[in-house]
Design a protein around this ligand. Structure first.
Ligand code: DQA
Length: 147
């Protein structure tokens, strides 16, 4: 069975009421349910976590990263500066897809750089909750060995 790990960083637990004009009105619970449904339709299993703490996210990567076949991560603001998350990601050998609800390249200057994208297979940014589903589709292609 294919196991997918989904990690969400700081402030993503309040999706739905957090700046809906930027992040949309879909809650994280709804996003995880949609991901879970899609994963199950392929016979895959998904484990999803959210934490506001950098250390907890690193613990989760250490604990589940090597037992999983792929990772979808939205590191939130940690995307832009956390070398600790970047190092934890770099230590994994599974494919990593970074996702963002907003288009980080069309916002403030400080959001345009991602230190975590540099150790990810690819990034999906700007499609709201659909970024996560597109990320899962990307993992499917990678894990199925599509060119
Ligand atoms: C975000 C973009 C980040 O810049 C921001 O700090 C977030 C959310 C996104 O999904 O669009 O918390 O990762």
């Amino acid at each position: 069975m294919t196991h997918i790990l989904v990690l969400n960083g700081p402030n993503l637990g309040t999706l739905g009421r957090r700046q809906p004009e930027i992040y949309g009105s879909t809650t994280l619970k709804d996003i995880v349910e949609s991901l879970d449904q899609l994963a199950r339709s392929w016979g895959w299993e998904l484990a999803a976590f959210q934490s506001n703490s950098e250390g907890t996210l690193i613990d989760l990567l250490e604990e589940h990263g090597s037992d999983s076949h792929g990772l979808i991560i939205n590191p939130g603001a940690l995307t832009h500066y956390s070398l600790a998350i970047r190092d934890a990601l770099a230590a994994l050998t599974i494919p990593i897809v970074e996702v963002h609800l907003s288009n980080i390249h069309a916002r403030e200057e400080f959001r345009r750089h991602s230190v975590t994208a540099e150790v990810s297979r690819g990034v999906v940014t700007g499609f709201g909750w659909r970024s996560y589903l597109l990320g899962l589709e990307a993992l499917r292609g990678i894990l199925d060995g599509e060119a």
